[in-house]
Design a protein around this ligand. Structure first.
Ligand SMILES: [Zn+2]
Length: 355
């Protein structure tokens, strides 16, 4: 499955394939009655999510990304992720109307939002637990409660059940809302819990910002506008931009021998929205570097596993026709997949760069 921005190339490809018998109406209204099988069901689902299934092999997402299928054996993970994103994007405005949900309408960065929760659930530092199990479990439960809007400050209880007082049960503050419960209650400043002590310095900022962005300050939900750079400054390369070390032979003339490949995600690799991957290749003879090459990983899909595969692809692009090489990669998943052959690799997540 090839994922690419809708481009003239993609549009040209569309012209080469057999067009649908009926032009597609890009509105879901009334189409439900025409569902009579799996494909029409899929088409209506895609249209309802804002997609344009312009052809059986080319589906365009609402963000202008075209998925071009080359084979039914292709891995479809990227496509499914984008379809899920489309569904979530349609739900954000509705969900933002829920308790302390304002801000969600801007979109949620799920990876950043759930990163601490995943760390608590995993609770590993090497082979050892990172926290005491009961500590990690209680923090994870607290985070899930906040994420799901299940905190009930006394004001919320009183709104739902008017017979109940809205006063803070700890300090008697009238109408104890989320800001009071989470940041302002004097009871919090008497706490010896390290998690509370370490975040008391956020109180002033919370007073200033929480009511305009309650989903972050009261529920811990990070919105996309806070975590992602605008696309125009992301600076993704649209193709491999190779820089060379020690004056290697021209492209297409690299010799037989031993090549070492690697891929990395850069300084902020743990934050998906900031990750910028690079590939590296080194040609060694008798443990001495003869020449090397590095390039940014092109495209919006920036993952370390993809850069590991791309490093070998770039190497193949440089080799002479009859070169016989040994490639050393430290990515076991890629090595194992490669050994199983092309058909297996086409089912992998980065199937589009196995060629
Ligand atoms: Zn209080």
């Amino acid at each position: 499955m090839i994922k690419e921005k809708v481009s003239n190339k993609a549009k040209a490809n569309k012209a080469k394939v057999v067009p649908l018998r009926q032009p597609i109406c890009l509105s879901v209204h009334g189409l439900e009655s025409q569902v009579c099988g799996i494909m029409s069901n899929v088409i209506v689902m895609l249209i309802s999510l804002g997609w344009n299934p312009a052809h059986i092999y080319i589906w365009e997402s609402p963000s202008g990304v075209a998925f071009v299928s080359g084979s039914f054996l292709d891995n479809t993970s990227h496509l499914l992720f984008d379809i899920i994103d489309s569904y979530n994007a349609l739900q954000f405005p509705r969900v933002s109307q829920h308790f302390d949900g304002k801000g969600i309408e801007k979109g949620v960065d799920f990876e950043v939002t759930f990163s601490l929760l995943r760390a608590y659930r995993r609770n590993k530092s090497g082979k050892e637990p990172r926290w005491k199990p009961e500590y990690a479990e209680s923090r994870a439960a607290a985070l899930e409660t906040a994420f799901s809007g299940s905190l009930w400050p006394q004001s919320r209880v009183s709104d739902a059940f008017p017979d109940v007082s809205n006063e803070c049960l700890w300090c008697g503050e009238p109408r104890a809302d989320s800001l009071h419960d989470i940041y302002l209650c004097p009871h919090l400043f008497e706490s010896e819990d390290s998690s509370i002590l370490e975040t008391n310095d956020l109180v002033e900022e919370a007073i200033e910002k929480a009511n305009s962005n309650p989903c972050l300050w009261f529920r811990g939900i990070a919105t996309i506008d806070l975590t992602q750079l605008p696309e125009e400054v992301m600076g993704y390369a649209d193709s491999f931009k190779c820089a060379y070390e020690l004056d290697p032979p021209p492209v297409g003339e690299w010799p037989s021998g031993d090549y070492f490949t690697d891929g990395g995600g850069g300084r902020f690799s743990s934050v998906a929205s900031l990750r910028k991957c690079t590939i590296g290749i080194a040609h060694l003879v008798d443990s001495v570097l003869v020449f090397g090459c590095r390039s940014p990983l092109p495209g919006a899909v920036q993952t370390v596993p993809r850069s590991e595969v791309a490093a070998v692809l770039v190497l193949a692009m440089h080799l002479s026709c009859n070169a016989v090489v040994s490639v050393f990669s430290d990515n076991l998943v890629f090595v194992n997949a490669f050994k199983k052959g092309y058909d297996f690799c086409r089912k992998m997540l980065n199937s589009d760069i196995y060629i």
